[in-house]
Design a protein around this ligand. Sequence first.
Ligand SMILES: [Zn+2]
Ligand SMILES: [Zn+2]
Length: 442
Amino acid sequence: MTERTGNTLEIPIRIDANRTGTYFTVPFQVPADVERLTVEYRYPRFEFEPGSAANGTFEFRTERNIIDLGLIGPDGRQLGASGSDKNAFSISETESTPGYCRAAIVPGEYRILVGAYRVQPEGVDVLYTVRFDLKSRRLFLGDLHVHTLASDGVHTAAELALKAERNGLDFVAITDHNQTVGRSELTAFETDGVTLLPGVEWTNFAGHANFLGAERDFEIGFAVNTEAEVRERFRAAKAAGLLIGINHPFDENVPFKFDLSALPYDYLEVWNGPMRTANQRAIALWHRLLCAGERIPAWGGSDYHRDTIFRFLGGPTVGVYAESRGRQDLLTAIRNGAGFITFEPSGPTVDFSVGDARIGGCAVSDGNLTVRLSLERLRAGDIVRIVTATETIDALVADNDGSARLDFPLETSGFVRVETLRSLVPGLPPLPVLISNPIWVV
Ligand SMILES: [Zn+2]
Ligand SMILES: [Zn+2]
């Protein structure tokens, strides 16, 4: 009888000796919002009998029962098998025990594959324990704009995944110029610690845009000649569920020249590579759009091709609050603007709330709201700014390195967002080291 306690199922079964040499399955139900599934099993495998010899005592060990383990998904696909070698395994979209594949855990009926290789004459009791780790909002660091040698970068996606892991990143979007690395190919390059988001940098002579989530080779044909064709291409990408970001709108070499107001898009890349005038103009454009009532998230990316003096993987880094490190959960959080941009992987981080709303969410104003701010990895002297449509307030100057908490009354509606500035080079004015997405206030 299956028994459920919290997020754990206990499934005891008895295997009679006449099932020796057969396979069968034991079904169990998986609920929604599970990130990781773990199956353990126990049974009396060995019988021990004391023995003795001239120099001491020992135990005879006889293998009485051998039960093999495997798992079958709701669609009938075998997700892995481990013979009698392992007494537990885990599966999730981003990590799995060797012998089992990485797979998103969907609600439905899974089946434990039981292989009754050896069963003692009186039968054997086997206890399966199934544990569900539920998804939960937490911070993941990544880079949304990276090239491989499929276009003009010098690294393979596999090298970038390793490099990202060593740089302290959790995910990287692969965005080659007009080239899409296939989803399955990217999956093979992922490490257990880094998710690779499939994407493409749509590259036109008059502007660049990220299409994230593109999963098939050359899914987005790039060759267009008129504004009408550009609009048609963006609409097709949107209809296909891709996430569209307008890249480096004021880049010194390739500014975005198409009419933004006529195009559907999901975010603005306001921070591309090192902080400079082109980025500050993009931040100013974004701020004007927010003030005009547009709900557009801002994100950034290193546009990394190869190591140069100012460009490195994770410069800047995006901090995304997502339900898991799975591709879909990351893309959903990016679409919602749930996070911030920080200047390097170890740069400052922020989380804040207004009422029940978190970054990227929407709060309803009752005229008496408080912004609850929590920052980590500050440096002494960092200036924390609260920015609304009507005000920019220096709310805090950090006394020490480390974290800071701050409650701040919010008097205006529209939106509220956070910036942090730091003197990176002595003698020069402080530069932004962190820019958050807003909480919208209605
Ligand atoms: Zn570009
Ligand atoms: Zn690029």
